[in-house]
Design a protein around this ligand. Structure first.
Ligand code: 5CA
Length: 447
C-alpha cells in the first residue's frame, strides 16, 4: 500500500473523549470512528487488524477440530422464551419488533439459536462430539459503554458451542477450548491468564475467564506470579488426546488465579508472599461448561448406543475479537504510539523515503516494495512529500513493527536502514539482505 493513496485519517491532537491509551491511539491512528455510543465504524487500518485477529482465531479453532459457520445477528424472541432467558436477560438485550409485530432481538450471544439448529438436525450419539462456532457481531446495550472497542455496545465476538454425549466428553471440549485459546492469544503476542470466574447470565459452575494484565483493565484479579512463567511455545498438541489436553489445563489452573468474583482470601494467603499479586485485567475470553441448561428445556436430545434418549451436554466459549485490539494496544505501546506484535500487524514493514523525488531514492523504494511483495509481505510505503520527522512519527504512531529507511546518503554506500519499532535499534543492510531478514522474521511454521 502507498500511503499517498491510502485512507489513514490520523489525528494530530489527543481526542478529549478517550480516557485510556488504547482508545486514544485507535482514534489517533485513524482505525475507528464512533458512530454512536459504543458503536464504531472500522476504518481501513482498524479493519485490517480486526481481520488479522479474526484469522488467527479461525486458524486455531480449526486446528482444534471446531467447525466454522455463520448465524444471523437478529434472532426471534420465541427461542429465548423457550430457554427462559427472554425475561431473564434484562435491559442489556436490544429488543426490536418487525413490521408484523413479531418480537425480535439483536443477539447478545447464541446458545438458543445453536441449540435450535442442533435439535433440528442431530438425533444420534453417532454425530457427537460436535463443536460449531462463528464469528459475528453481537449487541449488548451496556449501561456504560466506554474505553472505545473495549466495552462497546456492538462488538465482534467468536462464540463456539460444544455438544457432547456426557459430562466427561464435554469437559474434554472445555479443556480443548482452553488450550486452543492459550495458543490463540500467544500468537497475538499476548499473555492471557485463565482465571476462575463467575458464569453470570450464561450459567453453569465451570467457567474460566482469560485476562490480559493491564492497569486499565476493568476486572480486579488475584494470582500467583508463577503462572506468568508459563507458555505453550512451539508445543504440538493433539486436540483429540484427552490426557494431553487435561495435563495442559492442569498446568495452567494449578497456580492460583481468580477474578474478584471468586477470590478466596484464605487460599490466596497461602501463596508465598513474593508471588502473591493483585492487579487489573482485561477479559479477552471466557469458556463455560453448563451441562444441560439449554438442551433440557429446548429438547436437544440424542439417542445413545443403548437406545436411551438423553439431553446433550453443552458448553459455550467466547473470544472478544474486537476487544482484543484494545487489549493488544494496552499491552504493547509506548509514548510515540502503537507497537503491533508481528502476528497481527496491519503492515509487515514501513518504507520511509527520506527524499521523495530523488531518482535513486524513489527507484530504491519501488524495488524494495516489489521485493517485499514478492516475498508475500505487505509493506506500507510512505511516498508523501513530507519531512522525514513527520514520516517517522506516522510510522511510530500506527505501530508498524519494522521500518526501512531509504535515503540518498545510504544508497551511495549500498545500504538502507532497518529499524525495530519495539527496541528502536537500527541496522544498515543492503536492500537484498534487509528483505531476506524481514521474510525470515515473518516466516512461521505452516499450520
Ligand atoms: N456465550 C458466551 C460464550 S460464547 C458469552 O457470551 N460469553 S461472554 O459474555 O463472556 O462474552 C465473550 C467475550 O466477549 C468476553 O470475554 C469479552 O472478551 C467479549 N465481550 C463481552 N462483552 C463485550 C462488550 N460489551 N464489548 C466488547 N467485548 C465484549
Amino acid at each position: 500500500m502507498r500511503l499517498s493513496r491510502y485512507f489513514l485519517p490520523v489525528l494530530k491532537e489527543n481526542p478529549a473523549e478517550a480516557q485510556i491509551v488504547s482508545h486514544r491511539l485507535m482514534l489517533r491512528a485513524g482505525m475507528i470512528k464512533q458512530s454512536s455510543a459504543g458503536i464504531y465504524s472500522w476504518l481501513p487500518m482498524g479493519f485490517k487488524v480486526l481481520k488479522n485477529i479474526e484469522n488467527i482465531v479461525h486458524e486455531e479453532q480449526i486446528r482444534a477440530g471446531h467447525i466454522p459457520m455463520l448465524m444471523p445477528t437478529l434472532q426471534s424472541a420465541d427461542l429465548w422464551r423457550e430457554s427462559g432467558r427472554y425475561d431473564d436477560y434484562g435491559e442489556e438485550m436490544l429488543r426490536i419488533s418487525d413490521r408484523h409485530g413479531r418480537d425480535m432481538l439483536y443477539g447478545p450471544t447464541n446458545e438458543e439459536l445453536i441449540t435450535d439448529i442442533f435439535r433440528s438436525h442431530v438425533s444420534s450419539y453417532k454425530s457427537l462430539p460436535l463443536t460449531l462456532y462463528h464469528i459475528q457481531w453481537k449487541f449488548r446495550d451496556e449501561i456504560r459503554p466506554r474505553f472505545g472497542v473495549m466495552r462497546g455496545r456492538e462488538f465482534y465476538m467468536k462464540d463456539g458451542y460444544n455438544f457432547d454425549i456426557d459430562k466427561d466428553s464435554a469437559l474434554h471440549a472445555y479443556n480443548r477450548h482452553m488450550v486452543s485459546y492459550l495458543r490463540t492469544y500467544e500468537r497475538m503476542g499476548l499473555q492471557a491468564i485463565p482465571m476462575r470466574a463467575d458464569s453470570g447470565p450464561i450459567g453453569g459452575d465451570n467457567t474460566h475467564e482469560f485476562l490480559v494484565l493491564a492497569d486499565t483493565g476493568e476486572s480486579e484479579v488475584f494470582y500467583d506470579s508463577a503462572i506468568t512463567d508459563l507458555s505453550l511455545g512451539e508445543r504440538v498438541v493433539d486436540y483429540d488426546d484427552r490426557e494431553e489436553c487435561a495435563a495442559i489445563v492442569k498446568e495452567w489452573t494449578t497456580p492460583y488465579a481468580r477474578t474478584d468474583e471468586t477470590h478466596d482470601a484464605g487460599v490466596f494467603a497461602q501463596i508465598p508472599e513474593g508471588r502473591r499479586k493483585t492487579s487489573r485485567g482485561i477479559e479477552v475470553g471466557q469458556i463455560f461448561y453448563f451441562g444441560t441448561k439449554y438442551s433440557e428445556p429446548m429438547g436437544a436430545t440424542v439417542v445413545t448406543e443403548t437406545g436411551e434418549s438423553v439431553p446433550v451436554h453443552m458448553g459455550s466459549h467466547g473470544i472478544g475479537v474486537s476487544r482484543l485490539l484494545g487489549a493488544i494496544i494496552e499491552a504493547s505501546h509506548d509514548d510515540n504510539g502503537i507497537i503491533w506484535p508481528e502476528g497481527v500487524t496491519p503492515f509487515h514493514a514501513g518504507i520511509v523515503n527520506l527524499k521523495q523525488g530523488d531518482a535513486a531514492a524513489d527507484a530504491a523504494c519501488e524495488d524494495l516494495y516489489k521485493a517485499l511483495v514478492g516475498r508475500g509481505l505487505e509493506p506500507l510505503y510512505d511516498d508523501r512529500s513530507e519531512r522525514a520527522g513527520a514520516k517517522f512519527a506516522t510510522m511510530d504512531l500506527i505501530g508498524v513493527p519494522w521500518r526501512l529507511t531509504v535515503g540518498p546518503r545510504g544508497l551511495k554506500n549500498g545500504v538502507v536502514e532497518l529499524t525495530s519499532r519495539r527496541t528502536g535499534e537500527s541496522e544498515e543492510l543492503s536492500p537484498e539482505i534487509a528483505v531476506a531478514r524481514l521474510a525470515e522474521i515473518y516466516a512461521r511454521p505452516a499450520s
